[in-house]
Design a protein. Sequence first.
Length: 289
Amino acid sequence: MVPGLLLAAVATVVWSGSFVTSRALHDSVPPVQAAFWRWVVAIAAVAPFALRQTWRQWALVRRHLGFLTVAALLGVTVYNTLVNQAGLTTSAANMGMIMAASPVLMALYERLSGARLGARRVFGTAVACCGVLLLVGDGSLSFRFAPGDLWMFAAALSFASYSALLRRRPDGLGGPVLLFTTFVLGALMLLPAHLISLIVQGGFEPSAGTVGPLVYVGVFSSAVAFFAWNRAIALIGTARAGVVYYLQPVCVALLSYALLGETMGSAQVVCMALILGGVALAAAARPAR
C-alpha cells in the first residue's frame, strides 16, 4: 500500500505546480495552445520509452482503441484545457482547492462499482472535504464563484471520470503504452481547436517565460505525474489515491504564496490542517471487507 500512496503523493505535488504555471501563463499563452504544446512536449518525453513497446502491443492498442480514446478525451484533451481556461479568471490557489472536489467523485465512482470504503476512510474524507470547503469559502461557508471556478469544477469532473475509467484498464496494456497512446490521441483531438486558436488569437512569443512552464507541464506534470498516478490507481484503487489528492490545495496554496505572491491568512492555515488530518486518517484506514 505504501508505494501506491507515495506514487499518488508524487503525482499530486507535481500537479500542484502545474496550476501555478497555468496561472502564470494566462496573459501570454492562449489556453488551447498551452494545452496542445503541453502534450506535444509530453509525447516527445515519453516516446523514447514507449515506442518499441507500443509497436509490440499494437494489436492490443487497436483492440481497445475505444477505451484509449475516451481516456484521452477525459484526461488529456478536456481536463487540461479546462484548467488553462480557468487560469484566466481565478487564482492558482482556488484552482487547486476546487480540484479537491475530485476525490469525492472518485470515491462515489468506486462505491457505485461495488467497493466498500470503510467508516474510517469515509470520515477522513469528510474531514478533508470540510477543510477544502472552508478554504474555498475563505473560512466560511459563503461561496462566491468566479467564472474560472466553474471551469475548474468541470475540470474536476473530467479528471475524476478519467481516474475511475483507469480501473477498467485492459489487461496486458503497459503503462508507457497507455501514456503514449492517450497523449497522442489527446493531442490529435486538440489539433483542430489549436489551429482555430492560431487563426483567431494568433500565436505566442517563445521565451523563457513561456517555453519553461510548457516544458515543466509537458515533462513533469504530464509524463511523470500521469505515470505515477496511473500506477498508484492500479496499486491502491481510485478512492484511496483520491484521498491523497486532497493534499493538492495545500501544495498549490503554498506554491502560489511563495511564487505568485497570493495571500494566505490564518483561516487558510487552519483549513490546511483539517485537510492534512483528514488525509492522514483516511489513508491509514484498512480496506473494508
